[in-house]
Write a protein that binds this ligand. Structure first.
Ligand SMILES: NC(=O)c1ccc[n+]([C@@H]2O[C@H](COP(=O)([O-])OP(=O)(O)OC[C@H]3O[C@@H](n4cnc5c(N)ncnc54)[C@H](OP(=O)(O)O)[C@@H]3O)[C@@H](O)[C@H]2O)c1
Length: 315
């Protein structure tokens, strides 16, 4: 499958390596700032460079587009691609509100065109296996997960991370935390309570307690101003599961109350982005318009919870 990329920043540079382990290829890049002398273009002379994202979308050879712009620009370019019936893989968070997600999903349905938020965690083999293993710990009680890293050195740069409109920890790491919790417990949310720290309007740290209709509680902690060991701990009535680096699972351990221990290990094919790219390729090739692993309903639930957590900061 032939991909075009919109925006050639840090994550797009990773994407061009990740796609090498899939059956896809990059044929064009839309970038205002990329130098024609950049080593990526020099080493890949067949890749066309467009100076305007619209022109990239008008390239008839493009069969899918990867959108790698700052969050607040995603919505516009998702809609433009879907309107042209081009399948879309868009970086997380695909949009910043439940209403915007509803609009995007409507556009995908209207155009009968595939749309996927690049929530790579969900496509990890380890996440899929974890969901299957959950019954081992009995009735689910609690999901704790953290994703905290120190990006304060980027303050003062023009990074979206510290932008007053789209910046902050929730928009950056929240999708991983929310996607993880909602994948493990597919239930309506009944309440959200949070504590947070702010730098101006930007939430640099948050700790949110999400209570679901079945009584399960998720405690989700995210930060862009401090680093913590990243893990998730899932508790059930018969034991716990400890998952280091829950966003890129290569190992987890199930500790049951009867003292038995089960370890699971996984290898990652390519890198952590490879599986989501291959999933899109396989789905679109099979004529699907949404993912069976991360479908439209889950997209809507995740966007809604992102908004609910955001609203809880000001209470
Ligand atoms: N999945 C992951 O692991 C992962 C990791 C990091 C980031 N992300 C997500 O990917 C997206 C992009 O992140 P990034 O770290 O790659 O960002 P970045 O390095 O800042 O690159 C963003 C690109 O967007 C384009 N752009 C167009 N208008 C812009 C504007 N007004 N300000 C800044 N950039 C503008 C630029 O591309 P051109 O000059 O080439 O047109 C720029 O290179 C974010 O939504 C982020 O959450 C995902």
């Amino acid at each position: 499958m032939k991909f075009g990329i919109i925006g050639f920043g840090k994550i797009a540079r990773k994407f061009v390596a990740s796609i090498n382990a899939t059956s896809g290829q990059v044929v064009a890049v839309g970038s205002y700032s990329l130098s024609a002398k950049d080593s990526y273009l020099q080493n890949n002379p067949a890749v066309r460079l467009y100076r305007n994202y619209d022109e990239l979308l008008d390239d008839p050879e493009i069969q899918a587009v990867y959108i790698a712009l700052p969050h607040a620009m995603h919505r516009e370019w998702i809609i433009k691609a879907l309107t042209r019936k081009i399948p879309v893989l868009c970086e997380k968070p695909a949009v910043l509100s439940g209403a915007d997600m509803a609009e995007v999903l409507d556009e995908a349905r209207k155009n009968d065109t595939y749309f996927l938020e690049a929530l790579k965690t969900i496509f990890n083999e380890g996440t899929q296996k974890l969901v299957e293993d959950l019954p081992l710990i009995g009735k689910l009680e609690k999901i704790e997960a953290n994703f905290c890293f120190d990006a304060t050195f980027m303050k003062g740069s023009n990074s979206y991370l510290f932008d007053q409109v789209q910046g902050g920890a929730l928009n950056d790491v929240g999708p991983y935390l929310i996607g993880f919790a909602n994948a493990l417990n597919k239930q309506p949310v009944v309440s959200v309570d949070s504590t947070c720290s702010k730098d101006g309007k930007i939430v640099t740290y948050f700790n949110s307690t999400v209570t679901y209709a079945n009584g399960v509680v998720a405690i989700l902690e995210g930060a862009i101003d401090q680093t913590k060991d990243r893990y998730a701990l899932v508790t059930g009535e018969k034991g716990t599961i400890m998952i280091p680096m829950f966003n890129r699972i290569t190992h987890y351990q199930i500790n049951l109350d009867d003292k038995s221990v089960i370890s699971r290990d996984f290898t990652i094919n390519g890198d952590d982005m490879t599986m989501e790219i291959q999933a899109l390729i396989d789905d679109v090739t099979q004529g699907k318009t949404q993912s069976g692993v991360y479908g439209f309903e889950a997209h809507q639930e995740n966007a809604k919870l992102l908004e609910q957590i955001n609203d809880s900061f000001d209470r």
